[in-house]
Ligand binder design. Structure first.
Ligand code: AMP
Length: 117
């Protein structure tokens, strides 16, 4: 699915669209979700366009691993590491994936129910 200017998360990664960025490096950008579902709701994306988990290949292992490392650093920075938080990667229609650029949700700051909807 469309990379570059067609993709809102590619535009955020390049700086062409605004977002409240909390952390970024050469591979990963973390920014606050525009429609937060918890007191802390941050999205983590690879800069490079990958539509979903279905498109992840062995060569993407390093950047996918970095998503977790950056998520951990953001959780610490947000004061969530001791109380807990949830990482979610919606994939495809049944999971409700609405933006087709791989992203990890970091949710925290309240007690989260299980299972999700
Ligand atoms: P998903 O349903 O897993 O595809 O999640 C997509 C998420 O992206 C939703 O939680 C949206 O609120 C969020 N989102 C969509 N557009 C933007 C944007 N421009 N800035 C920040 N978050 C966004």
């Amino acid at each position: 699915m469309g990379a570059g200017s067609d993709c809102v998360f590619c535009r955020i990664a390049s700086g062409a669209a605004a977002a409240e960025i909390v952390r970024q490096d050469e591979d990963i950008v973390a920014f606050r979700d525009i429609n937060p579902k918890a007191p802390t709701h941050i999205l983590l994306i690879p800069r490079r366009h990958l539509p979903s988990v279905n498109d992840v290949e062995p060569g993407d292992a390093e950047v996918v691993g970095k998503l977790f490392l950056v998520a951990k650093a953001v959780a610490v920075a947000e004061g969530l590491d001791r109380r807990g938080y949830r990482l979610v990667v919606n994939t495809g229609a049944d999971a409700g994936q609405s933006v087709h650029h791989l992203h990890m949700h970091l949710l925290g700051g309240r007690s989260l129910r299980w299972p999700p909807g």
